[in-house]
Design a protein around this ligand. Structure first.
Ligand SMILES: [Zn+2]
Length: 201
């Protein structure tokens, strides 16, 4: 968060302020120079047999109420940073909902640390649903439905990126379609637009 020009009231600042209002100790810290991030990076390389080598350079990680960001953070487009923050805010809420111990257990263990990790897949489904919704809101429905974004997100579930957490592309595709359908119909449960106000006045 240093070195970037800040215009008061920008969407990015607004999003960070909202998260801080909800989680007062929230902060953003670069992974570079953070010892635990380096340890996790090495562990992931080992656990995924070398399939996840981008932890420090491409992935954002919430530990406690701190978001650890890769080097490219400051150079990332503002809207993309907002979309990422909305994904990570879901993880902050999950941690508040489940507590540290259950969150770590859900994320790391069931059913296996690598492959078919249902708990991790469910946690990421919820967060990636928010990524898709945020993309639709900020970049338009077409961007959320774009094959490139869909392929990228499906890849996160079926590849070694998160330890093959749910290696069934058809299931993830179906889930993606459900999220898009929710956006199209405007009945998505977290969109805050559940009722149709037409005809009320
Ligand atoms: Zn996530």
């Amino acid at each position: 968060m240093t070195g970037s020009p800040r215009s008061a009231g920008s969407l990015l600042d607004q999003t960070i302020a909202e998260i801080k209002a909800e989680f007062p100790t929230f902060r953003i810290v670069p992974k570079r120079g953070h010892r635990l991030s380096k340890v996790i990076d090495v562990l992931l390389r080992v656990l995924t047999f070398g399939a996840q080598t981008q932890y420090l350079t491409h992935y954002h990680t919430v530990l406690g109420n701190t978001l650890y960001v890769p080097e490219k953070w400051d150079a990332t487009a503002e809207l993309d940073r907002v979309i990422t923050l909305r994904h990570e805010r879901i993880h902050l809420r999950q941690r508040r909902r489940y507590g540290d111990v259950l969150m770590a257990f859900l994320y790391l263990f069931p059913f296996l640390p690598v492959g078919l990790a249902y708990g991790r897949a469910r946690i990421e489904w919820e967060a990636y649903s928010e990524s898709i919704r945020a993309t639709a809101e900020l970049r338009g429905y077409e961007a959320a439905a774009a094959p490139s974004l869909r392929a990228h997100i499906v890849h996160q579930f079926v590849s070694g990126a998160y330890g093959w957490m749910w290696p069934f592309p058809a299931t993830v595709e179906k889930w993606y379609e459900t999220v898009l359908q929710g956006i199209r119909m405007g009945t998505d449960k977290t969109s805050g637009r559940s009722g149709d106000p037409r005809g009320a006045a």
